[in-house]
Design a protein around this ligand. Structure first.
Ligand code: M6R
Length: 622
């Protein structure tokens, strides 16, 4: 993963101010350590520090100015998150420094060859090998040629930025599989892992393609392929609002104020869930005709009519939204659906035919597993659709057509409002394909009209917060949890468990409630509580039986049930009520209490819920 930011300028810029600001905008990509390097009087100034970017801020000089500088915020892959493993890494002479996002797969064999030639390694990373390789080639070749030969020698993924004290005006950048772009301002050029870090300085950008490298000086910008072919890339104008700017990641210190009066982004974003759904459905519902209008799919509408299979590919919470979508699209949309972890799909034999489409779901639009699975499917000629939050992100750009969920910036690492907005778009998609293939006008109108009532009902659910907080207080010291649901609420149970794990580090398992009796029930005792989603729907009676099975074994039960259900309060230990809703849409109501519960438990256990340990907002390594 990791975030990269740098500049090359005709002027001498303040390194600390600009690089730290860029790194803070990219911190969502990793926050276990960070570092920066700048060319100053033909020498390299470099500092790195474990921990968040503000820790780096404490150890750097605030006054240094430079025309060539770069920084890195890390999410550890090879080597613990220590000072020595933080980037930048350098060669033996300390004159070549580089920052890297990605994984070098053949680093072990390269390292052992270099060690035999006398190179001394200072870190446990895969990255460092490239600094020593450039050093080795530099004995015979120019800086540019040494970088090119190094890139030819490595196997794996990289976004790379390299500077050398011997070429003090030059920065070389390269890309393969990991994102990298260059922004152009009047006197300066900026490089970054994503556009959010560049937009405060420049709106004209060039996205490097895989297998390309660029040489950047104050007066020049040249792109070439590894086999030395010149490439001309025209600049794209990014038209994003300040709100879009923040979508990609953590905001700068100044922007922290945008938490409004919420103690954490996670809580703020849970409270934004109704608005996120409102934004997802705005202008897309024609209730009187029972139709969904999805402008992003108009160009492929006819192709979609002919589909007989939809494969949904995603990771984490987006995958769980996809699982819920499978129930919706099959039952109401009449579309056969398979949902795959993107990380598995890429390596499976993909048996696609002309009537199959792939739908990639991603909040960030930058998740490497999802992006790579999509590229693989693209090579096979499949229709590629996207459901993405971040406008202009890699997945949004790679797909043939798609729908933005318009959830707004999601800053907290734990995804909350993006999940409910993904569900809202999947409901719209269900209506869209359903009406293409036999869904009646009456049913279309019913779904459209229920969808339009969601935001108001979600706001009612949030009024349950004090009750949920009280329940969290009662259970926050438990070490284990089951999350159970059936049919539409089975994926939501998985989402509840994932959220609790992420922000409270409690062991939580999600199961289909009916699956409990096939093994997991052995673990139930008075110390193993279960959160059970039990709205009054087509499987309610079955779920009640599952609750009874748990109660008979002294298990504690927290139930999420439909308003007016008195029966459940007699069997469950604690109840959170949600309004009555069309079964297909209940997951959008049952998600918020689970998000709130995880939030409160995480806070009560004293954790930084916005930036949980070991995680990153956007996972850009496979
Ligand atoms: O940006 P994406 O939606 O592609 O991210 C996918 C997962 O990495 C993400 O949902 C992750 O599981 C979240 N931390 C869940 O809260």
């Amino acid at each position: 993963m990791c975030g990269i930011f740098g500049f090359v300028s005709e002027d001498k810029l303040n390194v600390a101010d600009i690089i730290i600001d860029g790194l803070k905008r990219l911190e969502y990509r990793g926050y276990d350590s960070s570092g920066l390097a700048a060319v100053i009087n033909s020498k390299i100034y470099s500092r790195k520090q474990s921990g968040r970017v503000f820790e780096l801020e404490k150890v750097i000089s605030r006054s240094i100015k430079s025309s060539v500088a770069m920084g890195h915020t890390r999410w550890a892959t090879h080597g613990k998150p220590t000072n020595k493993n933080a980037h930048p890494h350098c060669d033996c002479t300390g004159r070549i420094h580089l920052v890297h996002n990605g994984i070098i797969e053949n680093h072990k064999e390269l390292k052992s060859k270099l060690e035999k030639r006398g190179h001394i390694f200072k870190s446990d990373t895969d990255t460092e090998v490239m600094a020593h390789l450039i050093e080795e080639f530099s004995k015979k070749y120019s800086f540019e040629e040494s970088v090119r030969l190094t890139l030819e020698s490595v196997v794996g993924a990289y976004a790379l930025v390299i500077i050398s004290a011997d070429a003090p005006d030059t920065m070389i950048v390269a890309k393969k599989s990991s994102p990298l772009l260059v922004g152009f301002a009047e006197n300066s050029k900026f490089v970054a892992s994503d556009v959010s870090a560049i937009l405060p300085y420049a709106r004209r950008v060039v996205y490097l393609h895989d297998g390309e490298f660029a040489v950047i000086t104050p007066s020049d910008f040249r792109v070439a392929t590894l086999d030395r072919k010149k490439v001309f890339r025209s600049q794209e104008l990014i038209e994003q609002s300040p709100v879009d700017l923040a979508v990609h990641g953590f905001l700068s210190a100044k922007d922290e104020a945008r938490k409004n009066n919420f103690p954490h982004f996670m809580l703020k974003e849970i409270y934004e869930e109704p608005e996120a759904v409102e934004n997802a459905i705005r202008g897309r519902l024609i209730v009187k005709d029972g139709l969904a209008k999805l402008g992003g799919l108009e160009s492929v509408e006819d192709k979609m009519k002919r589909l007989n299979r939809l494969i949904i590919s995603a990771c984490g919470t987006a995958y769980l939204a996809g699982l819920t979508g499978e129930y919706m699209l099959e039952e109401y949309g009449g579309m056969p659906v398979e949902v795959e972890y993107a990380s598995e799909l890429r390596y499976k034999k993909q048996l696609f035919d002309a009537r199959t489409a792939l739908l990639s779901i991603s909040q960030s639009g930058e998740t490497a597993d999802t992006l790579e699975a999509l590229k693989e499917a693209k090579r096979k000629g499949v229709l590629n659709l996207g459901l993405v939050n971040v406008v202009g992100s890699s997945i949004a750009r790679e797909t043939n057509a798609g729908v933005y969920n318009h959830a707004g910036p999601e800053v907290s690492v734990a995804s909350t409002k993006a999940f409910v907005s993904q569900l809202a778009v999947l409901s719209l998609l269900t209506l869209f394909v359903g009406r293409q293939r036999g869904m009646s006008l009456v049913m279309g109108k019913r779904i459209a009209s229920e969808l339009s009532t969601l935001p108001e009902k979600m706001r009612r659910v949030l009024k349950e917060a004090p009750n949920i907080k009280k329940i969290a207080r009662k259970y926050h010291k438990h070490g284990h949890f089951f999350y159970l649901g059936r049919k539409y609420n089975y994926p939501v149970a998985l989402e509840g468990a994932l959220k609790l794990k992420e922000v409270s580090y409690i062991h939580a398992e999600g199961y289909g409630a009916g699956e409990m009796k096939h093994g997991p029930i052995a673990m139930i005792d008075k110390n193993f509580p279960s959160m059970i989603i039990a709205p009054s729907d087509s499987v309610y009676e079955k779920v009640v039986s599952n609750i009874q099975e748990i109660k008979a074994r002294n298990g504690k039960v927290i139930a999420i049930a439909t308003e007016g259900n008195k029966e459940i309060s007699k069997i469950a230990d604690d109840v959170v009520y949600i309004p009555k809703m069309l079964e297909m849409l209940t997951p959008i109501l049952s998600a918020s209490p689970l998000h709130l519960f995880a939030y409160y438990v995480g806070v009560m256990r004293g954790y930084d819920v916005d930036k949980p340990r070991n995680l990153a907002k956007s996972v850009t390594v496979e």
